[in-house]
Design a binder for this molecule. Structure first.
Ligand code: T6T
Length: 314
């Protein structure tokens, strides 16, 4: 079906790479600032960005901080702004801290397209392209409920407050959990995007509430650490885990039966559409202020079939 074909292009890196931009003056000059370097979600997004940049004859300069941290991302933005690209695609690491630097970039005449995360007031941006993160959080709750039809205690392990995507996922999950009286929502704990910290939080939570039945982990790193923590506690038969994202290590945990479901995003599609909007903005054409991309629930039942194409690139 068309959906399957589209999905295949969402994670697969097309052959060939983006133009390197050594010639022709008319090539649009784009920059991509990741939330964090090396994260398979942004690696997959890069596949879509490269393909779309190549199609548009644009150059692309990609940079990312070593940690998902605005104090490390802001200097990267500053240096990129100084290099005067036509447009910046960026996943801001914090809704408040990245507001002023990005607004200033837009005021300097650089088109700004938000990919994945957003900021408090994104009105300066030409476009914001992201998953339906709140909807994905609600889907995660429904998956936990499916796995625990009798309800029970549920916990969320997130990254940091102020990360718009993760906060929206928490909000979606929380809404579902609080509306269902068979569940007791234990709240959210923040792992700072560190799997080891997520594992520690989960062990401590299980020591306090040994009867937890489900954990929702809001991104790759939170999910990897949550699964490790549950396995180390020997509770994998009792605690069901639903994680956001579909990095290779997460998928291995799914196949090993430690994790029961993953909510996979379509990062390459976010990248492709982000570039398309950036090019329109550069040309002075009208842009779409907000674009929402889809997600897909992956389980042991579909990971060898239609789910496989959603696995992120590493
Ligand atoms: O979940 C993605 C991304 O959507 C989020 O904003 C930050 O974490 C990831 O990159 C996964 O590690």
């Amino acid at each position: 079906t068309a959906g399957v074909i589209a999905a295949a292009s969402l994670t697969a890196c097309a052959s060939g790479s983006a133009s390197t931009g050594s010639s022709a003056g008319a090539q649009p000059k784009l920059a991509f600032v990741q939330g964090v370097a090396g994260d398979e979600f942004y690696v997959s997004m890069q596949c879509g960005i490269d393909a779309a940049a190549k199609a548009a004859g644009a150059t692309i300069n990609t940079q990312g901080p070593a940690k998902f941290d605005p104090t490390l991302q802001k200097p990267i933005v500053d240096s990129i702004v100084a290099s005067k690209p036509d447009a910046i695609l960026i996943a801001p690491t914090d809704v408040a801290a990245m507001q002023a630097p990005l607004k200033a970039a837009a005021a300097a005449g650089i088109k700004v397209v938000l990919v994945d995360t957003t900021v408090q007031d994104p009105s300066f941006a030409s476009s914001a392209v992201a998953s339906d993160n709140k909807g994905g959080g609600l889907e995660a709750f429904k998956a936990i409920k499916n796995l625990n039809p009798n309800g029970g205690k549920v916990l969320v392990i997130s990254t940091d407050p102020g990360v718009s995507t993760a906060d929206a996922r928490v909000a979606g999950f929380e809404e579902g959990a609080k509306a269902d009286s068979s569940f007791q929502y234990l709240g959210v704990q923040y792992s700072h995007n560190d799997p080891a910290e997520a594992a520690k939080l989960v062990s401590a939570a299980l020591a306090k509430d040994p009867d937890i039945v489900g954990v929702f982990a809001t991104n790759t790193f939170a999910a990897e650490g949550t699964a490790t923590g549950i396995r180390q506690a020997g509770k994998q038969n009792q605690v069901k885990i639903v994680g956001f994202d579909a990095g290779p290590a997460q998928v291995k945990q799914l196949k090993d039966g430690v994790v029961q479901a993953l909510i996979a995003q379509e990062p390459a599609s976010i990248g492709t559409q982000g570039v398309e909007q950036a090019i329109k903005a550069i040309k002075g054409e009208s842009t779409q202020k907000e674009i929402q991309t889809g997600f897909k629930q992956i389980t042991a039942d579909n990971i060898s079939g239609e789910g496989a194409q959603y696995v992120y690139k590493s």
